[in-house]
Structures are given as structure tokens and as C-alpha cells.
Ligand binder design. Structure first.
Ligand code: NAD
Length: 502
């Protein structure tokens, strides 16, 4: 891919022109070389906004996994990354961040073409990915080990060492950003990393591999294996030579990965899984119009294909009718459109299976007695588009009130008291995110503490930057991305007890 990004695409036509000029890398990246899958097999990746085939991509399987794991281990043992001074790793990673910045339009475009999200969102994701690279690069030479408080007859050191081979398995909804959240801390800590992108969005990962090579990441230290979960993903998860699985994806797959770790070598498994996040709106909140806009964006951003989507809107009954009207008005302005149009708020649904799944949930919502207030039908014509869909009168017993839909479908519940709101919010197997809108500081602090959630957004939705950890409790997972906490996950503590002669 040779497009220089000196001129920034601005209009829909610019983005279409750039899309027409791309040449795509479709091969696996193993030991510094782009290669076909050992089997020669490929899979098709399709643009969900048009139905057009984008590329035939190498479909790696267990043979490729074994090869890549061998190279990753060899690189780790060789030590030209794992034992490199942190300040030198930092330089290479900052160079990679710089290259990503230079090629940010291509990277954003690849995600948009592959999975349908609006290009304006993809640009934001790319900026997030670059920030993550820089944060981890800058952090690694500022992490100190410890000297333990022992007596004079000994000196005890607590050292941090890289784990070894890390396999990062990521989903399709934020392809590049989820990749960066996994690989940046793992690489910074000195590990060899094998990335398995989702089979629905492999293209930006392969472009990243080209940039990593250009940045000077040594051979075998960063490799990319496109392919399916049940083939190459499973092989990595069962490998005796992989020391850590860093996963983002569904709770069902997360459970499988823990089993694979148990069946193999007890590798560490960090999981960032699904959610059904509650967004609590109390009658005392300020500016109902603004809150309604945020509540709509909390679910309709990225077509609702967001782990922390605010998919359960819990509204105090005294304002519910007036509030839902405002949400519907806001939703009107968030209709899907051409993902390459920078003005589109929503894009296309990732693929036919997900499209069908979302429509099935909508049908179930109607059958189980929820009141459909907006949307509910796929848009006719080319591409996989579903408009903002809102159900009112949802109860916790309904399927759409409990299960992660991963689409633009909002379920509105009513509550009469703070107690009831908290109980309803916590009545979920998930605990990824929760939102709370109120002007009452006592209530904010009370409710924040009682919500079973990895993160709580007060008078905002999805706030955060690289400095705060991101992750869930309950079946939303056990790991943390971002912040120095994620960096710590990718290293092992080694205790050294030195006996001193006194
Ligand atoms: P998924 O679980 O189907 O797939 C995720 C990745 O796992 C893909 O790369 C897939 O190929 C791989 N995989 C699937 N089966 C596997 C197996 N048996 N062994 C090894 N690898 C396997 O999830 P998805 O549909 O790609 O993504 C959507 C899910 O991701 C949603 O549930 C969403 O909430 C979750 N998600 C969570 C976060 C978070 O930070 N908590 C962020 C984004 C997405």
C-alpha cells in the first residue's frame, strides 16, 4: 500500500478515491515475512456496506500457529527484544506510533471497509491506538522493581520480567484499537506477541505488521495470523509454548479459552468480554435534552457494536415518558449512512450473521411484549443497515433486557426508587460499564459504590483515556486494558533473596 497521506481525505468522494487506490496485504506475517497459510487456504473478507469482496486472506490454522509460536519463542530466547533495554524498546515503539500517525487514514479506512463503521469513528479509533502505543512506550522505562524491607543479613529484590510468548486474540468491532490495547503493553514489557485478528476484520492488523517491520521490531517479536477462531485461535490457546492469552471478545469464547488453558499449560488468560451495560437516569439530572442525546449515542455509536454500549436505559418513572420522547428525537439524527461519508453517525452491521442475529432479537422483543418505539426493520437496498431501534416497557425477564445484542437496539426500563434502580442494574451476568446521571452528590457516591461494574461513568458515557484501566467484573472478564495496570499484567514478578555476610 503506497498511498501517501500528505493530503488528508475530507469528503465522501475523497474517502472513496482513497479506497479505490489501496493495495491490500492479505498474507500472514510470520518471522518477518509475509506468507500464505501453510495449507494455501484463504477466506473472503467482504465490505458489509456494499456486499463487495474486499480480499481473499490467508486462513491460518494449527500448522501456522505452531510455526509462529516457534519463531516467537526463538526471538524471546534470543533476547534482541526481551532483553533489550526498555529505553531502546521505547524508541522502536515510538517509531511505530509515528508510522501509524503517518498512515492513519489508510488504517482507519481499512477498518471501515472491513467492518462497516463510519470512517470518522475509525479515525478516532486510530488516534486511540496511536495514543496507546505512545503511552506504553513512554511508560516502560519508568517502571521500577522493588527492594523488599528485609533485615541487614539479606537483600531481597522484586524484579519484573516479561512473560514470554503472548497470543492476542481480538474482535472485529474496534479492530485496530483493541489490537493496540493488547499488543502495546505486551510488546513494551518485552514479550513476543502473536496477534490473531478477527476473521471479520483482518486488514488493519496486516497493515500494522508492515509498519511494525518498518519501525524495526525484530523478527519473530510481532507476528500476525489471520484466520478463524476454531482453527488458528484454538491452536494458539492450546499451545504449550504460549505463556499468556490476551483476549477481547464474547463471554462464550472467553469461557472456552479458560478451558483450553486448563487443558494445556495453565497459561495466563486475560479476558475482556461482553456486556449489557445499564445507564441510570434520575429525575434530578440536569438538562434532559443533553442527557437524552448522550443516552442515544451510548447505544447507537458504532451501530451498537460496542462492548460498553449503554444498552439498558433505566429511567426514573416520573420523567420516563418525557425522557423517552427526547431519546427518540436524538435517535432520529443518528441514522445509518455510507460509512465513507464523514457525516454518517452509524455505518453498516459487520456481516450477515450479525445482521440476522440483531433482527432476531428485535422480533423477540416484539413477541415478548416490549413496545417498539423506533426502528425495528432493516433498511432496504444495498448493504447491511439497521436504524436506531428503541423498545420501551422492557422488563428484566425479557430476552432483549438480558442478553447482549451487539447492535443498535435500546431497551428502556422504568424504576421508582434508587434501590430498585441499583438492583435492576446489577441484575445481570455482566459487569463491564454503568452510567449514572444525577446532580445529587450523595446519590452519585452511594450508587457508584453499589454498581457491580468495572467502570462507572457519572454524567457522561464512555469517558476515559489511557490513564484509566478498562475492563469488567463478573462475566465481562478479568483483565484490564490501558493504564500502567495493563502493563503490569504482561510481566512476571521474580523474587531474588540474596544472603549477605554480616
Ligand atoms: P468472538 O468471541 O466471536 O471472537 C473474538 C475473537 O476470538 C475472534 O478473533 C475469533 O476468531 C476468536 N475466537 C472465536 N472462537 C475461538 C476459539 N474457540 N478459540 C480461540 N479463538 C476464538 O467475539 P466477536 O464477535 O469478535 O466480538 C464481539 C464480542 O466482543 C462482544 O461480546 C463484545 O462485547 C466483546 N468485546 C468486549 C470488549 C471489552 O473490552 N470487554 C471490547 C470489544 C468487544
Amino acid at each position: 500500500m503506497s498511498h501517501s497521506t500528505n493530503e488528508s481525505p475530507r469528503t465522501r468522494d475523497d474517502w472513496h478515491a482513497l479506497a479505490g487506490s489501496l493495495s491490500l496485504e492479505t498474507r500472514a506475517f510470520i518471522d518477518d515475512t509475509f506468507v500464505d497459510a501453510a495449507s494455501g487456504e484463504t477466506f473472503t473478507t467482504v465490505n458489509p456496506a456494499t456486499g463487495e469482496t474486499l480480499a481473499e486472506v490467508a486462513s491460518c490454522d494449527a500448522a501456522d500457529a505452531e510455526l509462529a509460536v516457534g519463531h516467537a519463542r526463538a526471538a524471546f530466547t534470543r533476547g534482541d527484544w526481551s532483553r533489550l533495554a526498555p529505553g531502546k524498546r521505547k524508541k522502536v515503539m515510538l517509531r511505530l506510533a509515528e508510522l501509524m500517525e503517518t498512515h492513519r487514514h489508510e488504517l482507519a479506512l481499512l477498518d471501515t471497509l472491513d467492518m462497516g463503521k463510519p470512517v470518522s469513528s475509525s479515525l478516532g479509533d486510530t488516534a486511540g491506538a496511536i495514543a496507546c502505543l505512545r503511552y506504553n512506550a513512554e511508560s516502560i522505562d519508568k517502571l521500577y522493581g522493588e527492594v523488599a524491607p528485609t533485615g541487614e543479613e539479606s537483600l531481597a529484590l522484586v524484579l519484573r520480567e516479561p512473560l514470554g510468548v503472548v497470543a492476542s486474540i481480538v474482535p472485529w468491532n474496534f479492530p485496530l484499537m483493541m489490537t493496540a490495547w493488547k499488543i502495546a503493553p505486551a510488546l513494551a514489557a518485552g514479550n513476543s506477541v502473536i496477534l490473531k485478528p478477527s476473521e471479520k476484520s483482518p486488514l488493519s492488523a496486516l497493515r500494522l505488521a508492515q509498519l511494525a517491520r518498518e519501525a524495526g521490531i525484530p523478527r519473530g517479536v510481532f507476528q500476525v495470523l489471520p484466520g478463524f477462531g476454531h482453527t488458528v485461535g484454538k491452536a494458539l490457546a492450546l499451545s504449550m509454548e504460549v505463556d499468556c492469552l490476551a483476549f477481547t471478545g464474547s463471554t462464550g469464547t472467553g469461557k472456552q479459552l479458560m478451558q483450553y488453558a486448563g487443558q494445556s499449560n495453565l497459561k495466563r488468560v486475560y479476558l475482556e468480554c461482553g456486556g449489557k451495560s445499564p445507564n441510570l437516569v434520575f429525575a434530578d439530572c440536569k438538562d434532559l435534552d443533553a442527557v437524552a442525546r448522550h443516552a442515544a449515542a451510548a447505544i447507537f455509536h458504532n451501530q451498537g457494536e460496542v462492548c460498553i454500549a449503554g444498552s439498558r436505559l433505566l429511567v426514573e418513572n416520573s420523567i420516563r415518558e418525557a425522557f423517552v420522547e427526547r431519546v427518540l428525537k436524538a435517535a432520529e439524527t443518528m441514522q445509518p449512512g455510507d460509512p465513507l461519508d464523514p457525516a454518517s453517525f452509524m455505518g453498516a452491521i459487520v456481516d450477515e450473521a450479525q445482521h440476522r442475529r440483531i433482527l432476531d432479537y428485535i422480533r423477540q422483543g416484539v413477541e415478548e411484549g416490549a413496545r417498539l418505539c423506533a426502528g425495528g426493520q432493516a433498511l432496504e437496498g444495498q448493504g447491511l443497515f439497521i436504524p436506531p431501534t428503541v423498545f420501551d416497557g422492557v422488563t428484566p425477564a425479557m430476552t432483549i433486557g438480558r442478553e447482549e445484542i451487539f447492535g443498535p437496539v435500546l431497551s428502556v426500563f422504568g424504576f421508582d426508587s434508587e434501590e430498585e434502580a441499583v438492583a435492576m442494574a446489577n441484575d445481570s451476568v455482566y459487569g463491564l460499564a454503568a452510567g449514572l446521571w444525577s446532580q445529587d452528590i450523595d446519590r452519585i457516591l452511594r450508587v457508584t459504590r453499589r454498581l457491580q461494574s468495572g467502570q462507572v461513568f457519572v454524567n457522561n458515557w464512555a469517558g476515559g483515556d489511557q490513564t484509566v484501566p478498562f475492563g469488567g467484573v463478573k462475566q465481562s472478564g478479568n483483565g484490564r486494558d490501558k493504564s500502567h495496570h495493563s502493563l503490569e499484567e504482561y510481566s512476571e514478578l521474580k523474587s531474588v533473596w540474596i544472603a549477605l555476610s554480616t
